[in-house]
Design a protein around this ligand. Structure first.
Ligand code: ARG
Length: 517
């Protein structure tokens, strides 16, 4: 079947004559094939950049006036047209893109331009695209959207880090079994465990903090790739749009996508760290552990097995790491091998980048709900901390430290003792040292009169004084350091957010004034 064209192929209308994408099809005799239009379209996802694109157009019209291209009256007409376009987008938001737009436009930029032309006439609106290109425009829009998403993600992450710090403070003496190889390893405290996640996630926040200054640079004004004859004040544009500066080289500005890779890597690391935290909670809420429990509101159950209490949201968070890896793979690999300059291959990166930001933010929100409300079964934690010879290393260390035994010797003797406890079916605290030849004398030399007393978990934790270890004194030190670190990062992020909001308020006020005068 012959595809229907939006234009009569024999009688193409001159460029710009219709309120459609033939705005810039003067080079082509025939109108676009509707199927191709839909295939190459990014209209649907462009709704997300619409607000940014309107701001970009506003600022661009300010600069065109400053450069003498637009009169003050023309600038006003354009600003009014942009205001109307915004209302129009709001009206269509729930059904975006409506068929009449989807049939005629491949992205939102020419639709906004056409709308301004319709509103202010070709004489005026037809001047709006001078000195810019969709290439610099789209990447500016994406940076603005990514910026506000990353500001939100940082806010959520700071909140999660604060929950972890508060939990660590409260549970610094709660005895808890630490694992290696999923096997009980050493006694620690729940507070010490939470600080491990604090450490990893605070690095993720730092990573995003390091990316931000590179993200918040303006590509606009780069034109299609190699600049423009029109010299517009790009630094002013940067200020108006809340950027910290401009990307200097125009080809770099429109054609580099390493920023997306970098953001994707930051999100991926965050997703992996969240995934591991979720995995802990999933494991520990399941029998036979049952050391933690999700509040009912956050659990799901089974439609078949009535007894089930399933940790579905945690499993979703766990799975997002793999999803983020897929997204990262796209962000990192799509630009590889592409020659310099803009390519349409880039268009889908927008979809991946936004998906990555959305998924990460959603996971963080869920963890912010769960972490501070997790039900802790402290008795169960203590029970499991008294099993499986979990304090064997403490005993071996004490023998080496206090009885002057080579650690290898101590390790062997305690290993023998653990083997005997298994044979007798008792825990280490109930072991009889005389099961191992020579051990009673060594214990006496080490000042250990009674194994059960030595193995008191509170005492063991107090003695575990290595830097970064779980002794309450060390936890207090690490907590204090962590709080300072977070406060510093929080201030940094708040200042960034305030700057973006301030520039937005100033721009809005300026536009309101100019569009009404
Ligand atoms: N929709 C395009 C994108 O998202 C905008 C830039 C189009 N530029 C072009 N030369 N076709 O990447």
């Amino acid at each position: 079947m012959k595809p229907k064209s939006s234009l009569d192929r024999k009688n193409p209308k001159p460029a710009g004559s219709r309120f459609s994408q033939d705005l810039y099809r003067g080079r082509l005799a025939a109108g676009p094939d509707p199927e191709i239009t839909r295939f190459i379209s990014s209209l649907k996802e462009d709704l997300r950049i619409a607000e940014a694109d309107l701001a970009v157009n506003q600022v661009h019209s300010l600069l065109l006036q400053k450069a003498g291209i637009l009169s003050a009256r023309e600038r006003k007409q354009i600003l009014i047209g942009l205001g109307r376009a915004r209302k129009e987008i709001e009206r269509m938001r729930s059904s975006w893109p409506p068929p009449e737009i989807a049939d005629n436009f491949v992205d939102i930029h020419p639709w906004i331009e056409s709308y301004v032309i319709k509103s202010s006439g070709m004489e005026v609106g037809g001047k709006l695209h001078l000195g810019k290109s969709r290439n610099d425009q789209v990447v500016t829009d994406i940076r603005m959207v990514a910026r506000s998403e990353i500001l939100e993600i940082a806010r959520e992450l700071i909140s999660l880090l604060s929950h972890l710090l508060a939990g660590a403070e409260k549970e610094k003496a709660t005895v808890f079994p630490a694992f290696t190889h999923t096997q009980p390893a050493m006694i620690t405290s729940y507070g010490h465990y939470l600080l491990a996640h604090f450490g990893a996630l605070s690095r993720d926040l730092e990573r995003l903090s390091e990316v931000y200054p590179r993200l918040n640079l303006l590509p606009l004004g780069a034109g299609a790739t190699a600049g423009s004859r029109i010299r517009l004040d790009r630094n002013q544009a940067a200020g108006c749009l809340g950027f910290d500066g401009i990307i200097d080289n125009s080809t770099d500005a429109v054609s580099s996508r390493d920023l997306f890779l970098e953001i994707g890597a930051g999100l991926l690391s965050l997703a992996v760290n969240l995934s591991r935290m979720a995995a802990d909670f999933i494991l520990w809420s399941a029998p036979p552990s049952r050391m933690v429990e999700l509040p009912d509101e956050y659990a799901d159950t089974s439609s078949a097995m009535p007894q089930k209490k399933n940790p579905d949201p945690l499993e979703m968070v766990r799975g997002k790491a793999q999803l983020l890896l897929g997204i990262f793979t796209h962000l990192a690999s799509a630009p590889a091998g592409l020659p310099s300059g803009y390519h349409k291959d880039f268009q889908d990166l927008k979809v991946s980048l936004f998906a990555g930001l959305d998924e990460t933010r959603a996971s963080l929100r869920v963890m912010n709900l769960i972490v501070p409300r997790m039900i802790l079964h402290r008795r169960r934690m203590a029970e499991l901390s008294a099993q499986s010879g979990i304090a064997a290393l403490d005993l071996a260390e004490a023998l080496a430290q206090k009885a002057g035994l080579p650690f290898r010797e101590a390790h062997r003797l305690v290993g023998n003792l653990v083997r005997e406890t298994q044979r007798h079916g008792v825990e280490l605290g109930k072991a009889d040292p005389s099961w191992v030849t020579g051990l009673p004398a060594l214990l006496r030399r080490a000042g250990i009169k009674n194994l059960a007393v030595f193995l008191n978990p509170d005492e063991l934790l107090r003695e575990r004084k290595s830097l970064g270890g779980p002794s309450p004194a060390e936890i207090t030190r690490v907590l204090r350091k962590g709080k300072l670190r977070i406060r510093k990062l929080q201030k940094e992020w708040e200042a960034r957010e305030a700057k973006v909001q301030r520039s937005r308020r100033i721009l809005d006020a300026q536009i309101r004034k100019l569009a009404s005068r």
